[in-house]
Ligand binder design. Structure first.
Ligand code: GUN
Length: 292
């Protein structure tokens, strides 16, 4: 069994990006600048955005965190997006999700200019991805592809089962794994809350990508020997004995499933760090495009 070490690979990628930024500086070019907008005080979202901003510093990017209150109106957020769209200093930006209920997420994501949409959530970019055109690929799916690639995990002709159909992970992942090329060329089954007999499906899978958010959902009985297991779940489970008052767990019963798997991602330290590395990679790409 091999651990797919997202912490190590994300570090390698950050080092590669740091080297690119150094070259940009030596050529006297402006370095990439990422902005992140966060609305409200959700603890997990603040942690993620804080980590994205720190990672920018680590690779030599400029970064801007835009904090807006929980009571921000949709119009105020749309105005802020317009400002970021028009600001030539900003190469790419993200709107951290989830947004408070008074704001229509779809409307907001459609307001981000596709050329600055480093999350790859705009319909133009999502459509391009589905049509094999060059574009920003959403960071978490992009990170999973990169992990499979760097560990040389075969995907061609394999049966990949994706659990969860979110717009951020499950849906794009199901498209990417079936695309022509590597990683890709899989036969894909997309499962979700209405799927019947999920164990019958997962137990036939060569590769399982779980993005459900239910702690320890995937049990050893649901997995065949030598399967490749990608765990995208990051759930905070309340625990008084821990300093923070919670512990982090994934969708996979790691202790038992890892005994059967050929490759498996840990939580934390698997897919999570890869997401940030690929967001940086998309921002570098956005900067390079703006220089054309
Ligand atoms: N919330 C959970 N994951 C993500 C992500 O990848 N990007 C943004 N913007 N929000 C998220």
């Amino acid at each position: 069994m091999t651990i797919l070490d997202g912490k190590k690979i994300s570090n390698d990628i950050k080092n590669e990006i740091t080297a690119e930024v150094k070259k940009m500086k030596e050529r006297g070019e402006k370095v990439p600048h990422l902005a992140a907008v966060i609305v409200g005080n959700d603890g997990a979202s603040l942690t993620y955005v804080g980590s994205k901003v720190r990672s920018c510093e680590r690779v030599g990017f400029e970064s801007t965190m835009v904090r807006m209150s929980n009571t921000t109106s949709e119009v105020e957020l749309l105005d802020k997006i317009e400002e970021l769209n028009e600001n030539p200093e900003i190469d790419g930006f993200i709107i951290q999700l989830p947004l408070p209920p008074q704001i229509d997420t779809r409307k907001v994501l459609m307001a981000v200019h596709p050329d600055k949409d480093v999350d790859g959530f705009h319909p133009t970019n999502f459509g391009k991805m589905a049509l094999d055109m060059s574009t920003f690929i959403p960071a978490t799916p992009f990170g999973i592809l990169e992990l499979l690639d760097r560990y040389g995990v075969e995907t061609k002709g394999k049966h990949t089962v994706v659990i969860g159909r979110s717009h951020i992970v499950g849906r794009p992942m199901s498209i990417l794994m079936g695309r022509k090329g590597f990683p890709g060329n899989s036969t894909v089954t997309l499962t979700h809350s209405h799927t019947k007999n999920i164990t019958q499906i997962t137990s036939q899978a060569d590769i399982i990508i779980s993005a459900l958010g239910v702690p320890k959902f995937l049990k050893a009985e649901m997995v065949k020997d030598d399967a490749v297991i990608i765990d995208v779940g990051i759930t905070r489970v309340p625990d008084e004995t821990k300093e923070k008052g919670y512990y982090i767990t994934g969708d996979v019963d790691f202790e038992n499933v890892s005994k059967k798997a050929s490759y498996i991602t840990p939580v934390p330290g698997g897919v999570g760090p890869m997401t940030i590395a690929m967001l940086l990679k998309n921002t570098l790409l956005a900067r390079e495009r703006h220089m054309l």
